[in-house]
Structures are given as C-alpha cells and as structure tokens.
Design a protein around this ligand. Structure first.
Ligand code: IPM
Ligand code: MG
Length: 368
C-alpha cells in the first residue's frame, strides 16, 4: 500500500463511540480496496474528557488533532454534564476545536436519499439536494459576552437586575472568506447562491448583503438571492428542492441545518465537513448530537458519520473514488430497505427491515 492517512478520532459522548467505530470500519474497508492505509489515534473531548481530565478539551487533544491529517468526531454532551460550570461544558470542546483549528467553513450537504421520501414529513419534498455553508468561527458563538449588574429599572418599574449579553459581530474579512466558499461551491453546482440573513433588523446582516453583492460581480454565472432567516425557515419547507447553496452566519446555519435534517427524513442522515486553511486538518462530523437516550443500545444511525468520512476523503485528500464508493454503498443499503429506527416510519410496508447500528454498518461494508 502506498498512501497512508492519519486520522484523529474523537468519539466523544453518548452515541459518539458507536457511530465513530462504525464509520472507521467503513472507511478502512473502502480505503484498503483502493490501496490506502488508514491509521487512527483516539483522542478525548467533551464529557469523556471532563470525566478523565476535568476539562472538555485537553491540550493533548488539540495537539493530536493538529498533528493529524484529518479529524473524525462523533458528538459531545449529555445530561450527565448539564450542571458543570458553563466554562467547561462539553460543547466548549467542539467550539475550541473549531476555533483552535481555524475551521471557519462548515459544509453541510442536505440530500434526500432515494427511498427516504416517506421518512420526510413533507408530502411532496421533490428532489432535495442543497448545501448549507455555515460560517463556523465567528458571530454570536464567539462574540463578546458576559453578565453585568444594572441599577436601572424597566419602564414599568421592574428592577433590571443582572443583564446577560452575547454579541453578533462579523468582520469584512470573516464574511468575505465564507462568501467565497459559497460562491465557488455554487459555481461548481447549479449556480444558485442564497444568502440567509436578518438584514431587515441587523447591521451585521446588512454588511453580509453588501459584500455578497460586491462579490457576485466576480461570479457572473452564479445567481445570487437573499432571504431573511425567518422566511428561509418557511421556504425550506415549502420549496426545499429549489435550493442549491445557502450561505449564512454561524447561528442561522446551526438552526437551519437541523430543520433541513428533518426535511430529508432524519438528522441522522446529515454529514458535515469543517474546513479552514488549505493543507491543515479539517474536522468531519455528523450534524446531530450525542443522543444519550439511544447510547449503548445498538440503535444509533451511523450513516451521517459514515457519509462524513466520504466527505473527508473527497475534500481533504481528493480521494474521489473512495468517497464515491462509500456514498454508493450507503445508497445501496438504503435501496435494499435497511433502516435504523430514526428513518423507519409506522405504516411503512414495502420491504423495510429495521436494523441496528452494527447491522447497517456491516451492510454498507458489504455493499462497498
Ligand atoms: C452543531 C451543534 C453545535 C453547534 C453544538 C453542539 C455546540 O449543534 O454542530 O450544529 O451549535 O454548532
Ligand atoms: Mg446544531
């Protein structure tokens, strides 16, 4: 074997260990068929790291991630750590990894797979195939925040008391680099870019619009349009098949991608790639969370994590063949009627087999 890739695996919490184990099995099988060796190194983050080291993101994990060729992450968080000091919540690990590795672009493809039409709550979803490009290291997630005491009163006489604040702020540089990712992607796809913002209220959104309009002159073939986020939430339901590339801020992308997951049947189907500087490791993870209620029962859907490995092979290493083989194997598995519980619906009859994490993973490997 000639090519070797070093993958840092961060299983995290809840269903994280099961789905990353499943995805690595698929990745190794698909890679070895193409003469590629996969080396993995496991790192701790989230609740698992809090339990072991008292903090969600040990230095060792950040260093290990930086030294790798790419990072695969399961999910972090769970009720067990709901009461820890907010500064060391499991989610801090994810945010720390994203900013520590400069992963400013989060690519979340939203595809309604053949056979999953009945899993979508929409009557006529049509052919849904779009990508959410979410800014990942700025905005309200990373803006100034805090709590202060105010002596003032509200107009009705109520004492204001403590005031908590978070700030949505974006620089031109931050906006331009994510817009460029959006335009480039749209240019390679169906050439439609939708900027989702709240420009009727927010100054920062107006800057996004101005910069997007300016950049659109460099992309004469890409049709740019704008949607306020509230309207976008509605349009994703009423006409999901008409979207191609959506570019948006950190928090709007977070919210809309969960909605998009439901449109295509289950959030358990959506992979993601977080990328930044060329040549630096990217982070690949399902967009769903740690689903503590499913953990350890062989019930979790590993397909989003498996599809995240396909994204890793394509975007990080240019291994188009491996990526395609993984994606095709997932398609075949679904076409054969295998479903985890999140994508099985009451009343479904036509040759659907309800299976667990292990069984669906083995089927994907058999279908490679
Ligand atoms: C996501 C998640 C994270 C986010 C949480 C776990 C911090 O919801 O990746 O979408 O808000 O970005
Ligand atoms: Mg989210």
């Amino acid at each position: 074997m000639s090519k070797k890739y070093n993958i840092a695996v961060i299983p995290g919490d809840g269903i994280g260990p099961e789905i990353t184990t499943a995805a690595i099995e698929v990745l190794e099988a698909a890679s070895s068929r193409n003469g590629i060796e996969i080396f993995t190194k496991e790192l701790k983050a989230g609740g698992a790291a809090i339990d072991e080291f008292g903090i969600p993101l040990p230095q060792e994990t950040i260093e290990g991630a930086k030294e790798s060729d790419a990072v695969l992450l399961g999910a972090v968080g769970g009720p067990k750590w709901d009461d820890v000091d907010p500064e060391i919540r499991p989610e801090r690990a994810l945010l720390g990894l994203r900013s520590g590795l400069d992963l400013y672009a989060n690519i979340r493809p939203v595809v309604l797979h053949e056979g999953l039409e009945t899993a979508s709550p929409l009557k006529n979803p049509g052919k849904v195939d779009f990508v959410i490009v979410r800014e990942l290291t700025g905005g309200i997630y990373f803006g100034k925040n805090g709590v202060y005491q105010s002596g003032d009163r509200l107009p009705d006489g109520t004492v204001k008391g403590k005031v908590a604040f978070d700030t949505e702020s974006y620089s031109e540089g931050e906006i331009n680099r994510i817009l460029k990712i959006g335009f480039d992607l749209a240019d390679k796809r169906r050439k439609k870019l939708t900027l989702v913002d709240k420009a009727n209220v927010l100054i920062s959104s107006r800057m996004w619009r101005t910069l997007a309009t300016q950049m659109s002159f460099d992309y004469p073939d890409v049709e740019l349009d704008f949607l306020y986020v509230d309207n976008a939430a509605m349009q994703l339901i009423s006409r999901p098949s008409s979207f191609d590339v959506i570019v948006t801020s950190n928090i709007f992308g977070d919210i809309l991608s969960d909605e998009a997951g439901q449109v295509v049947g289950s959030i358990g189907m959506l992979p993601s790639a977080s990328v930044g500087m060329p040549g630096k490791p990217g982070l690949f993870e399902p967009i769903h969370g740690s689903a503590p209620d499913l953990a350890g029962q062989n019930k979790a859907n590993p397909l989003a994590t498996i599809l995240s490995c396909a994204m890793m092979m394509r975007t990080m290493f240019g291994e188009e063949e491996v990526a395609n083989s993984i994606e095709n194997a997932v398609k075949k598995t679904l076409a054969a009627g295998l479903r985890t519980s999140d994508i099985t619906f009451v009343g479904e009859t036509n040759n659907i087999t309800l299976v667990g994490t292990k069984e669906i993973t083995q089927a994907v490997i058999d279908n490679l």
